[in-house]
Design a protein around this ligand. Structure first.
Ligand SMILES: [Zn+2]
Length: 508
């Protein structure tokens, strides 16, 4: 099937659900649905933050936009990721990125659960999948990224047929098993398996005693509504009501705790990677003016875009994230294992897709390793009754496989790191040039620094030198977590992210 056809099919797919509405308050009590719907909701946890920004930006073209805007509660988290996304988009300078693809990778991060998400009935992640291969047939290197130059300088323009790729069947099971179970999805994204008993006790628990106020309606949820659900899951405590009834209840009593400070953060392990940065702050303004750091620190901030939601909820207490993704995460965690596939555990800490990690960052997020052993050839062996005699069936563009035997005269391929600078044979670390010095402003704007431009930078700020103080801080795991938490809970600046790590008494 042609990719365009698949796309349009995905666009028009809908999921049939039953909705229990409380008439008086015009609020969704719960949505009763099969695994298809719940699997799609679960997949939110696999989305890298950069993908979320990109999907929601495309989603903004719909006509209900104005109405939806009114329903949005303030979400520093969503605003901050959008801001970092924009910052990355705005950097055009060649002295920041290791190669032009690095910026594109941050703006289009791959999903660590790509293969599971491709089995979803309705998959909202339209990121280019990693199943296509590009080969340099002069030095036998391969990549899954398009338009990448090989380290030998030649383009990787050969596109062999992948013999291992199987047709993805929509009936396949992503995160939940297909056993006919029905689930209840509550307005705040708590999800449980449905049964008469649980329904009754949960209704009581939620205070819905007057059954005459409850009405059941049926509804077909489309991709647009799933995208809205994603948005409201990050901004609201009632994403179902916001999405399906396009309303919001007056009652905002159980807002998630958004004001929690960074104090509750505990380091998980001692030692590990540390990044030293020089902080220049203004004594009179009590704020950080800028930070001087190498590429590790800049790459660390940018790599928030490649981190999936599930890994971030795991790192921090889910309650500190606005909206109700914390509830979604707990629902995945608590779901009876007999109902789940093995992929459920992956969702609880998806990690970063292969090549999308930032190796020198101090957060404990797993970095998925790419499969490295692939064989390449110009054709497949022709099986004859006489096993000693093999002939080649030529395939245009060549063939690639993990199994040597399925290729005639197979050559071993080596993987090309997409982040490698052109014409370089050296291993590469991260998206930005590591050894360069950068000035990062309080507003996260990044500038490449040399000794001269550093002075210019200070002049531009037109601040009296005697008001500036320099301090070196070391960012390890605990500090990085506190930095991330500030990012999720308040309008993000370097002062909000690093301020509590400074030796404050000196300010007086
Ligand atoms: Zn090459």
């Amino acid at each position: 099937m042609a990719p365009e056809q698949e796309d349009s099919q995905e666009e028009s797919r809908t999921i049939h659900v039953k909705i229990l509405v409380h008439k008086q308050s015009n609020k969704v009590v719960f949505v009763e649905a099969k695994k298809d719907f719940v699997d799609t909701l679960f997949s939110f946890l696999s989305l890298p933050l950069g993908t979320i920004v990109r999907l929601l930006a495309t989603n903004n073209n719909n006509n209900d936009q104005q109405q939806h805007q009114q329903l949005l509660e303030s979400s520093p988290f969503l605003d901050n990721i959008k801001y970092i996304y924009q910052t990355v988009q705005d950097i055009t300078s060649n002295d920041v990125w290791n190669n032009p693809l690095c910026k594109q990778m941050l703006l289009h991060p791959r999903n660590p659960c790509e293969s599971q998400c491709m089995k979803l009935f309705l998959n909202i992640d339209d990121t280019e999948p990693s199943s296509k291969f590009y080969v340099c047939d002069s030095c036998f290197k391969f990549t899954t990224f398009q338009n990448l130059d090989c380290t030998c300088g030649k383009p990787t323009n050969r596109q062999p047929r992948n013999l291992d790729s199987k047709r993805v069947d929509a009936q396949n099971q992503a995160f939940l098993r297909e056993n006919g179970s029905t689930f209840l999805v509550f307005d705040d994204l708590k999800i449980v398996q449905s049964s008469a008993m649980t329904t009754l006790s949960l209704l009581k628990e939620l205070g819905y005693s007057d059954l005459t106020q409850l009405e059941e309606i049926t509804h077909n949820i489309d991709k647009q509504e799933i995208l809205n659900l994603l948005k409201y899951s990050l901004t609201s405590h009632e994403p179902m009501t916001n999405t399906i009834l396009k309303s919001s209840s007056k009652y905002k009593g159980n807002l998630p705790n958004q004001s929690s400070s960074a104090e509750g953060v505990k380091p998980c392990a001692s030692g590990g990677t540390k990044m030293d940065v020089k902080v220049v702050r203004s004594i009179s303004q009590k704020k950080i003016i800028f930070v001087e750091a190498n590429g590790d620190f800049v790459g660390f901030i940018f790599s928030f875009l490649t981190m999936p939601l599930g890994s971030i909820v795991k790192l921090l207490d889910g309650n500190s994230i606005a909206g109700c993704v914390g509830n979604l995460y707990k629902s995945v965690e608590k779901m009876d294992s007999s109902l789940c596939t093995n992929s459920r555990t992956v969702l609880l800490n998806p990690g970063v897709a292969p090549y999308f990690g930032c190796p020198n960052q101090p957060l404990n997020i797993p970095d998925l390793q790419p499969p490295t052993t692939y064989y390449y050839g110009t054709g497949t062996p022709y099986e004859t009754y006489n096993y000693s005699l093999k002939r080649e069936v030529k395939v245009e563009g060549g063939v690639i496989s993990k199994t040597k035997e399925s290729i005639f005269n197979a050559r071993l391929l080596t993987a090309l790191d997409p982040k490698s600078p052109n014409m370089s044979r050296e291993g590469v670390v991260g998206f930005v040039q590591r050894l360069a010095l950068y000035g990062v402003g309080d507003d996260l704007k990044v500038k490449s620094l040399s000794a001269n431009s550093f002075l210019l930078y200070l002049k531009e700020l037109s601040l009296p030198i005697e008001d500036l103080q320099v301090e070196v801080i070391s960012i390890g795991e605990a500090e990085a977590l506190s930095f991330l938490k500030a990012f999720l809970t308040a309008k993000f600046t370097l002062t909000s992210g690093l301020g509590n790590l400074l030796d404050v008494p000196k300010l007086e």
